[in-house]
Structure formats: C-alpha cells, structure tokens
Design a protein around this ligand. Structure first.
Ligand SMILES: [Zn+2]
Length: 75
C-alpha cells in the first residue's frame, strides 16, 4: 500500500488561483491531502486504487516470508 496517493488526475479550480482538485470527484487537493479515503466514495480514482490494493493483497500474501530462514531482521 502506498503511504500517499498523489497520482490522481487534477484540474484547476477556477475560482481559486492556486487550488487544484481531483478531476474525478472534484474534491480539492487540500482536502484530499494524499489520502485515498478522502476522495469521494464513488470517485473513479479511489475505486481503481482500491481495486489494486485488494489485488496486491491477494497476489502476494506472504511473499516476504517465503521459506527464508531469518535473514537480517534489522529494524
Ligand atoms: Zn477523487
């Protein structure tokens, strides 16, 4: 999972000089703040990203612990 979602299509808000919003759900970037859950629930971008997150979780459930005897467990 990505920590921040900032690769959604943005468009300028006409009424504001330096403000942008999601091209899909029209929510300002200052409100979204890089968080997927701040997009509208039916936002195309949010829907797409959620799908990928679910898919990723399915594809590699425990790939990190694949038969590897304790490599370097450095924090
Ligand atoms: Zn959106």
């Amino acid at each position: 999972m990505k920590p921040f979602y900032i690769d959604y299509p943005q468009e300028k808000i006409e009424e504001h000089q330096h403000a942008y919003r999601c091209a899909y759900c029209k929510i300002p970037t200052t409100v979204i703040f890089g968080l997927l859950e701040n997009h509208a629930e039916d936002c195309t971008y949010r829907t797409q990203q959620s799908k990928w997150v679910q898919l990723e979780a399915k594809l590699k459930p425990h790939s990190e612990h694949f038969d590897e005897p304790h490599a370097d467990e450095v924090d």
